[in-house]
Design a protein around this ligand. Structure first.
Ligand SMILES: Cc1cc2nc3c(=O)[nH]c(=O)nc-3n(C[C@H](O)[C@H](O)[C@H](O)COP(=O)(O)O)c2cc1C
Length: 339
């Protein structure tokens, strides 16, 4: 089967991965109601096209924290990418560079920040931070990321403790022999991390991105503590089951932040029209998680490039049909909520 969209990559990935890896990448927390809701909620936001506008040439490019990207689609931090493909995070880094976008490297990657930087020198990259009780582990990863040109620190705020993902439990999840993670999330996360720690993180001199915010209150406090960007995210439905879809949480966060920081969104983005919905509701860009893991499993670096190209093409087509010549023209008037 030739993959024509992200859903096809999911079907193909299932065929390439063993049960252990498949359940790790696929699964969500609890009854997976939030994971399903992430997809369902996008469909309730209806696009409102304008017609008879010149859409001969289309510009999907934008910037995120000052970095130019070819379209508003970034690669979310996804742990343990060597479970999907032997080249792991290096393949993803090269794919992101080829697609001219930003990769966010997970703390729990199967490669060190320095190795990933060497795979695609000069490409823009952010480093995602989990804080361990043993702060030495966290410090050494952040120092390595800073030394290798990562240009933002993404603090994931929705994991004081790991969500319970029953699919992976049932499959007896284990890290296959020979793989090592840079920072092991199954051990030693520090549940006492609080707003006070933002000051320490900001001390590294890079912009801070808070990932995993769902409420206007947290978004505001985050901005007051100096966050340069907020990622509206429920971790792809892998943490607290029962929280709203990110796309439904977005409008109130946008209102509360009121232009004081950039806003990104992830969780459930599977189509170019989802990207347009998020941008219409005030996101600067989106991030994709599972689609990257699935594409990596199916086709390594080329697979990830292809998924990004498919989404880019869908965004371009969507813009034309929406009556917008550029992503910058997409606004609140292009979307309305209805059942
Ligand atoms: C297999 C897997 C591993 C993930 N690992 C991390 C991680 O290490 N750090 C993090 O902040 N988020 C992690 N996430 C969450 C993603 O960054 C992102 O929020 C989520 O995947 C977005 O939803 P989507 O998969 O529906 O696109 C992971 C998600 C998946 C599916």
């Amino acid at each position: 089967m030739e993959a024509l969209n992200v859903h096809d990559y999911e079907v193909l990935a299932r065929e390439c991965l063993d049960e252990n890896a498949w359940e790790y990448f696929r699964g969500g927390a609890g009854d997976e109601s939030t994971m399903r809701e992430n997809i369902a909620a996008f469909a309730r936001w209806k696009l409102l096209p304008r017609t008879l506008l010149d859409v001969t040439s289309i510009d999907t490019s934008t910037t995120v924290l000052g970095t130019p990207v070819s379209s508003p689609i970034l690669l979310a931090p996804v742990a343990m990418q060597k479970l999907a493909h032997p080249e792991g995070e290096a393949a993803t880094a090269r794919a992101a560079a080829r697609a001219e976008t930003i990769m966010v490297l997970s703390t729990s990657a199967t490669m060190r920040p320095g190795e990933v930087a060497q795979a695609a020198p000069g490409a823009p990259r952010w480093f995602q931070v989990y804080v361990f009780r043993d702060r030495g582990i966290t410090h050494s990863l952040i120092d390595e990321a800073c030394a290798h040109g990562y240009s933002a620190l993404v603090l994931t705020v929705d994991v004081p403790i790991l969500g319970r993902r029953e699919g992976a439990l049932r499959a007896g999840f284990h890290l296959p022999e020979g793989l090592e993670v840079a920072g092991d999330i199954f051990e030693g996360l520090d549940p006492s991390v609080s707003w006070r720690d933002l000051e320490w993180l900001a001390g590294h001199g890079l912009p801070i991105v808070l990932k995993g915010v769902l409420t206007p209150g947290d978004a505001s406090v985050g901005v007051e503590h100096g966050a340069a960007a907020i990622v509206v995210s429920n971790h792809g439905g892998r943490q607290l089951d029962g929280v709203p879809a990110s796309i439904d949480a977005l409008p109130r966060v946008v209102e509360a932040v009121d232009g004081r920081a950039e806003i990104l969104l992830d969780s459930g983005v599977r189509r170019g029209v989802d990207v347009l919905r998020a941008v219409a509701l005030g996101a600067q860009a989106v991030m994709i998680g599972r689609p990257v893991a699935y594409a990596l499993a199916v086709g390594g670096e080329d697979g990830v490039v292809r998924v990004l190209q498919l989404l880019h093409d869908e965004v371009e087509l969507g813009l034309r049909l929406l009556g917008c010549a550029s992503i910058m023209e997409v606004g609140r008037e292009h979307v309305e909520w209805s059942r």
